[in-house]
Structure formats: structure tokens, C-alpha cells
Design a protein around this ligand. Structure first.
Ligand SMILES: C[C@@H](O)[C@H](NC(=O)OP(=O)(O)OC[C@H]1O[C@@H](n2cnc3c(N)ncnc32)[C@H](O)[C@@H]1O)C(=O)O
Ligand SMILES: Nc1ncnc2c1ncn2[C@@H]1O[C@H](COP(=O)(O)OP(=O)(O)OP(=O)(O)O)[C@@H](O)[C@H]1O
Ligand SMILES: [Fe+2]
Length: 569
């Protein structure tokens, strides 16, 4: 294997027909792209595939021309060492077109084929350009939104959207108000003149959902249109709420949610590096929030330049080179594309000798002070007391920040006590001050569950969750850091994201959040995952576990739901 690796990358999962050449010796990435722009509505899969069909040969030819010009070996040698292409996730018709082109090139150039996961490429380009060792990655793209961290040879999904991708959610709103695709940049521009109005804000542990906020946003817009129709006024204001205010508030809440879960992932994994990936990462407000959050907790933040954030073949070529160097190539007969290709399905062959993320250190700021994801906690084990203050998050809009801190403090106080009445061990509450977002609680346990994971303890947590659910509420953030351990006894703490509900779906999500935290923090999660279910089954309702299978299957969203929209149109 030569010391220099040169890769031709091809991307075409949805809208970007793109080809690139990466040269590992110079670190140069040359990208040639041709974007599909729908005449109206969202991305139409068949039209997008037709675009790929026409544009891919042209961008590939331009990239190859560059490769030939910069190639210093004999002309009889191929100008690149391999052809890397996006195998998925993405729109089936687009992927198949690109797959066919990649196979043909690999044969005509007589070089191997490398099959790249598009999502892992969104993440690896950030690690490559930042030179971070083991960052947490927030991928904020059109069809996806998730948090990833490397552990035991895979990128683990720590949290993700439970419905649409973040870009698609925004694009659906702009389609609703009649703006052309893509909507993200238009919302960003309109937000400049906006003011804050209340909209839903939904995080569940490190998962989140956009459906509530998107329908509320559309509703507010429609209310305004009918109100102004009635008064003969401008169609861009809604009940006194201009569309600019909706755009502004959408950004504040949606990006606030993404920033909050990113912070939770840093806290849970103990990582102090965050990279951003995906097309929505081009948004200045999102980058500003993430930067500020990282600053506030002493972590480093990196966002690649915009040409590497939106879909592009550069990221495919760069990851293709790492995979090629690791011998991770594809035989033609195994090179089928996969529209639902998950990042955690990819064996990470190119990081074999690298350090892992530490199994999450508690960020101890002083001897007896712990910085959680949300709060600063003063521990006084000798006095048997802890004081928890939800600090103001400067990245959030002050009005949202006030609301969340107050609501969560009140809920934490109420549900902590309620849980104990249901027979679930929790700290006794001695004082609460919602305006200061401050709680005083009994000190419980000897360590966090994260640092002393056993099947018995995890089974106990399964039983606790079932008891809460039987009583009609959820914990909201059951992670291995929100369980304290004292011998065989486990205590649940940190009920701030809990709420009352009688939906099986919410109970299943609660179990799912705990399950994901096991996958994210345990070396050998399988027996533990099994133990949670056993504990739950002893006490709880079997229907919740049935729904859990559903929830887990559903996270595999990926399909661009513009597809169905466009088909309906
Ligand atoms: C599977 C793959 O095809 C898909 N790709 C994709 O979604 O394209 P990407 O380039 O990563 O992201 C496009 C999205 O990024 C949004 N976007 C672009 N500029 C934006 C901005 N300034 N603010 C907010 N959103 C923006 C667009 O509205 C659009 O929804 C994905 O990665 O999920
Ligand atoms: N009552 C308690 N007894 C003993 N230790 C506690 C108690 N409450 C909190 N701690 C310790 O402080 C840490 C952070 O507390 P907590 O989870 O309540 O804060 P947080 O900021 O909401 O954290 P996160 O959002 O990251 O879960 C816990 O992981 C635990 O180690
Ligand atoms: Fe993408």
C-alpha cells in the first residue's frame, strides 16, 4: 500500500449529485457538485434520481480530470486508488443510480470499491477536520438528527429524533407557508427580524421529537392567515404573530433542544469534544448555541466548513480513504445499496488502535461539586444533603430558559416525592425554590449506577420504572447517571424531565431512554439490556414492552418523508 491514498468519492443520497477527489498526502479535497432543485414542493424521489442520472457522469468526469492532472505516476496507472460511494441511507432510486455509476467506474479504472455510510461520513469529516480523538457528534441533517459516540468498535446512537429529521421538519413548515425548497436558509433569514413566542419543547433523555412543535408552528401561521383574511390585512401576520416570530422561535426551540441533548451526551460520556455534521449545521444560530454551550462547560466545539456540512462527496472520499487504508473494500456482488443503512450497523474498521471514550467521568468541579448536564450539584455526604441549582443556560433564549428551569424544578420536587410513595426509592426532599431553580435533597447512595453496573441493579431499575408507569407518570431521563447505588439498593434521582401521562408510548420511550444509556455506557450491554426487561416484566404491563419493540424499530426513520408528501401532492 502506498503512503499516499487518493480516493474518488461519489455522493447522491438525495439532492446533491457530487464527486470529489481526496489526496491524503496533501489533505486536499476537491469537490464538484450539482444540486437538484425541485420546481415546487419538496424533494421528489423520481425527479431526484433523474437528476442523478444526468449529473453524476458530469461531476465524476470533472473530478477525474482533476485527479489525472494531479496524478504524478505513469499514465497507465489509475489516477485514484479506489472509488468510494454513499451506500445509504437515502432515497432508493437515487442510491441505485449512484451505486451503478460507482460499480462501473471501479471496473473501468480497475480499482476497488468502498461502500460508505453517509451518516458516518457526516461525522467523520468533522473528526478529520477538527483532529479530535473521540468526540461526541451531533448530526443535524435533512432526513436525520442524532447523537453518536464511538464505543467498542461502533458508533453508538445515544439519542435521535423520534419522528422526522431536523431539516425535513423545517422544510415542511416553509412548504406550508409557500416558500421554496430548501426552507432552512429562509427560516434563518426570516428569524433575523423575529421575536420570541412560546412553542412546544420536547426532549426525552437524549431523544427528542419535532412533530408537536411543527404542528403548533403551522397552526399559529394558519390562525394568523385566517385572522388577517377576515380583517383584510397582510397575510404574513398571524393573530399578531408575524411569520418572522414563528421562524425565530422555531430556531430557538429546535436548536435549543439539539444543544441540550448534545450537552447531555457530553455529560453522560465524559467527552469534552463535540463536532457538528449535516446540512442544518450551516445555520449560524445553531452553531452559536453549540459553541456557547461548549464554552460554558469547558468543552471544545468544531463545525467543519459549510462545503463539508451539506451533502457532498468530499466527506465520502475522506472516509473512503480511511476505510481503504484499513482494507475495508467491497466485492461487487456485496455492493448493494441500503436506503435504511444505520450508522450503528457499520463495523468501524479504521479506528481499531485508537483510544475509546472514557466510560464517562463525572465532571467534578470541586471535591464536592458535580456539574451535571443541567445543574450544579453541591454534595454534602456527611450532612446527608445535596443542593441542586439549575444554572441559567446562556445559549437559550432567556424566556425559554426561565420556563424550563422553573418547570423542571417544580416537577422534580413533585415527582421525586410521588415516586417514593409508589415504593420507588428516591431522595427525601427538604426544600424547593422554583424561582431560584433550587432544590435541597437527601444525599443517597454511594455511587452512580454508571460506575457500578450489574444485572441485578439494572433489573431493579426495570422494576422501578414499571412502578412509576403503573402510577401514571414517567421519569423522563432514566440514565445510568440518574440512578444512585447503595449495595443492592438503587435510587432514582433527577425527575426534572418527568411528566404525568397514560400513554403506553410514553412508558415505552422511558424504557427506551434507559436502554440507550446502557448501550452508551456499558462495555457489554446485552445482558444488562435483557435484565431491564426482566425487571420491568415482573411488575409492569407487557404492552409497554411490546410497544418498545415498535419504538426501537421506528427510530430507524431515515426515509425522507418528503417522499410521501411529494407523492401525495
Ligand atoms: C440521507 C441524506 O440524503 C440526507 N441529506 C440531507 O438531508 O442533506 P443535507 O445537506 O445534510 O441537509 C439538507 C437540509 O439542511 C437544511 N439547511 C440548509 N441550510 C440551512 C440553514 N442555513 N439553516 C437551517 N437549515 C438549513 C435544508 O433546509 C435541508 O433540510 C441526510 O443526511 O439526512
Ligand atoms: N440526592 C443525591 N444523592 C447523591 N448524589 C446525588 C444526588 N443528586 C445528585 N447527585 C449526584 O450529582 C449528579 C448530578 O445530579 P443530577 O443528575 O440531579 O443533575 P443534572 O444536572 O440534572 O444531571 P444530568 O442532567 O446530567 O442527568 C448525579 O449523577 C449524582 O452523582
Ligand atoms: Fe446528508
Amino acid at each position: 500500500m502506498s503512503s499516499t491514498t487518493r480516493i474518488l468519492g461519489i455522493e447522491g443520497t438525495a439532492w446533491a449529485a457530487s464527486a470529489a477527489v481526496f489526496d491524503s498526502a496533501t489533505d486536499d479535497v476537491v469537490i464538484e457538485s450539482d444540486a437538484y432543485q425541485p420546481d415546487s414542493g419538496g424533494i421528489h424521489p423520481r425527479e431526484a434520481a433523474e437528476h442523478m442520472h444526468e449529473a453524476i457522469p458530469q461531476v465524476v468526469e470533472r473530478a477525474l480530470e482533476h485527479a489525472r492532472e494531479t496524478h504524478d505516476g505513469p499514465a497507465s496507472e489509475p489516477p485514484v486508488d479506489a472509488v468510494a460511494f454513499s451506500r445509504g441511507p437515502g432515497l432508493g432510486p437515487c442510491l441505485r443510480t449512484v451505486g451503478t455509476a460507482a460499480r462501473a467506474l471501479s471496473q473501468s479504472l480497475e480499482v476497488p470499491l468502498v461502500g460508505v455510510n453517509h451518516m458516518v461520513a457526516h461525522l467523520e469529516i468533522g473528526r478529520h477536520t477538527a483532529d479530535f480523538d473521540s468526540p461526541v457528534c451531533l448530526n443535524a441533517s435533512g432526513a436525520n438528527a442524532h447523537l453518536l459516540a464511538y464505543r467498542n468498535g461502533r458508533y453508538r446512537v445515544l439519542g435521535e429524533t423520534m419522528d422526522t429529521g431536523v431539516g425535513n421538519a423545517i422544510d415542511k413548515f416553509t412548504r406550508h407557508v409557500g416558500w421554496s425548497h430548501p426552507g432552512g436558509p429562509k427560516v434563518e433569514a426570516a428569524a433575523e427580524d423575529g421575536e420570541y413566542v412560546d412553542l412546544p419543547y420536547v426532549v426525552k433523555g437524549m431523544d427528542f421529537s419535532f412533530s408537536g412543535i411543527m404542528s403548533a408552528a403551522k397552526q399559529r401561521y394558519d390562525d394568523g392567515v385566517s385572522a388577517s383574511d377576515a380583517s383584510g390585512g397582510s397575510s404574513d401576520s398571524s393573530d399578531g404573530v408575524p411569520v418572522e416570530d414563528i421562524c425565530y422561535s422555531l430556531q430557538e426551540n429546535i436548536f435549543g433542544m439539539l444543544t441540550e441533548v448534545a450537552e447531555r451526551a457530553l455529560s453522560l460520556t465524559g467527552s469534552d469534544e463535540l463536532v457538528l455534521g449535516g446540512g442544518v449545521g450551516q445555520n449560524a444560530r445553531l452553531r452559536e448555541m453549540l459553541e456557547e454551550m461548549c464554552d460554558q462547560r469547558g468543552a471544545e466545539f468544531h463545525a467543519p466548513e459549510p462545503r463539508f456540512l451539506r451533502d457532498n462527496a468530499g466527506m465520502i472520499a475522506v472516509l473512503g480513504a480511511k476505510m481503504y487504508d484499513a482494507g475495508d473494500t467491497l466485492a461487487l456482488e456485496e455492493s448493494r445499496v441500503d436506503p435504511n443503512f444505520r450508522p450503528d450497523q457499520v463495523p468501524v474498521t479504521w479506528r481499531a488502535d485508537e483510544p475509546e471514550l472514557a466510560a464517562g467521568r463525572g465532571a467534578a468541579t470541586g471535591e464536592q461539586q458535580v456539574q451535571g448536564a443541567e445543574a450544579l450539584v453541591d454534595l454534602e455526604p456527611d450532612a446527608g444533603r445535596v443542593t441542586k441549582r439549575r444554572e441559567s443556560k446562556t445559549y437559550r433564549h432567556p424566556q425559554l430558559d426561565d420556563r424550563l428551569r422553573r418547570e423542571r424544578t417544580t416537577l422534580e420536587a413533585r415527582l421525586t416525592s410521588l415516586a417514593r410513595r409508589e415504593g420507588v426509592p428516591t431522595p427525601v426532599l427538604s426544600d424547593v425554590d422554583p424561582r431560584e431553580a433550587r432544590l435541597e435533597l437527601e444525599y443517597v447512595g454511594e455511587c452512580d449506577l454508571r460506575d457500578s453496573l450489574t444485572a441485578d441493579r439494572v433489573r431493579d431499575v426495570g422494576r422501578h420504572l414499571a412502578r412509576l408507569h403503573d402510577a401514571g407518570f414517567v421519569h423522563g431521563d432514566p440514565t445510568t447517571r440518574n440512578v444512585r447505588v447503595d449495595g443492592d439498593r438503587t435510587y432514582l434521582i433527577d425527575f426534572g424531565l418527568g411528566y404525568h401521562t397514560d400513554h403506553v408510548e410514553d412508558y415505552a420511550m422511558d424504557v427506551h431512554v434507559f436502554d440507550q444509556s446502557l448501550v452508551g455506557t456499558a462495555d457489554d450491554p446485552e445482558p444488562l439490556r435483557e435484565a431491564v426487561l426482566e425487571g420491568y416484566r415482573e411488575v409492569g404491563d407487557e404492552r409497554v414492552l411490546e410497544r418498545l419493540e415498535d419504538v426501537e424499530g421506528r427510530g430507524r426513520y431515515v426515509q425522507d418523508d418528503d417522499e410521501s408528501d411529494a407523492a401525495d401532492a
